[in-house]
Design a binder for this molecule. Sequence first.
Ligand code: UDX
Length: 433
Amino acid sequence: MRVAMIGSGYVGLVSGACFADFGHEVVCVDKDPGKIERLKRNVMPIYEPGLDALVETNVKAGRLSFTTDLAEGMKGAQAVFIAVGTPSRRGDGHADLSYVYAAAEEMAPNIEGFTVVVTKSTVPVGTGDEVERIIREANRQADVAVASNPEFLREGAAIADFKRPDRIVIGVEDDRARAVLEELYRPLYLNQAPIMVTSRRTAELTKYAANAFLATKIGFINEMADLCEKVGANVQDVARGIGLDNRIGSKFLNAGPGYGGSCFPKDTLALIKTAQDNDAPVRIVETVAQSNENRKRAMGRKVIAAMGGDARGRKVGILGLTFKPNTDDMRDSPAIAIIQTLQDAGAQVSAFDPEGVEQAKLVLQNVDYAESPYAALEGADAMVLVTEWDAFRALDLARVKALLKQPVVVDLRNVYRPEEMARHGLSYSGIGR
Ligand code: UDX
């Protein structure tokens, strides 16, 4: 099947490359000529393990191509995906849909024959209705159906998530659209991925509900971690103790510095707005979002407390900047608020991250970027592990001890065992233990 993917960012590129890998013929379209030119040379705009190889194979096989020309990209396409960004609108937290609507407007004149337009971007309930209205108004002859097909891809594991999803959600109002999308996803169906067909609005809401629920799990265990610290309990055991109950499930119960990334912070806010507008406020999600925001700065204060309560003139070595490992994404990373809190209190920060430094430079000031984890710790008054990159899991602790001026380690991901740290003479604090 011919597929056009509008927007060659994270979601568009991963989805496009995976569809191509399943044998479909995919054209990825993007307005940014630099990005398209680089993609043609197999230079990825983002860091995602395995993506460059997947793109290269499928380009060579003639199933995947790139263009800035929307009309060319849509030629013969039975399915046209909208995978453009939906950032938080400045000021009010509503999702900014201007890119989605612009894509709808621009694609309308190029629709030939029956075409299913599918929103993959995370969009508030009712966006599909508006996309359909825009297209019909711009091209009255268009034989078009608008569907919703939210993605559930985790950065760093996006290809595996696409190819072996827990489920595929398709929201349609039209049997022909359903048939096209089922055909498109048939290769995955053979992998036994359940395909759920719902109404368009239900599919749109399902995406927000999934992310809000996962954010709530994290928010819940983070609060339990704080309580564990006060009452002398161990949050990892609590998480295991509740997670083994099948009704709860053990995933997304790792206590940490708070969630970040391109999805949870933005999508919880957008859901809160939609709920308020519809007079059905989601108080639990409101609390989760607020508590997560507060937590990030609280982690900075935790580091200051570990250094004895005063950060002035101190040097802090930060390991990990991205919001999670295996990505270069700094969006809403807890590291930002933690570092700013430390700097506001008068500390100097040196940091190491395997992939995130370039992005970090755009959002952080006055940070010394080190070439290795050890270089970041030289002469520091504390080591703070913010992101659990594999490279930080087996540090040479004797070397760490020798490099640090004060033997203080704050492990915001509970990577290390307290006994092991104590053995090396390091004064260690984790989360909720
Ligand atoms: C998420 C969803 O998982 C994905 O389905 C959706 O489509 C997009 O949003 P992503 O943002 O890539 O994916 O990252 P994820 O792995 O879910 O982690 C999100 C944040 O939560 C990270 O900051 C991570 O460190 C944090 N987290 C996750 C925890 O603090 N504890 C956990 O147990 C799990």
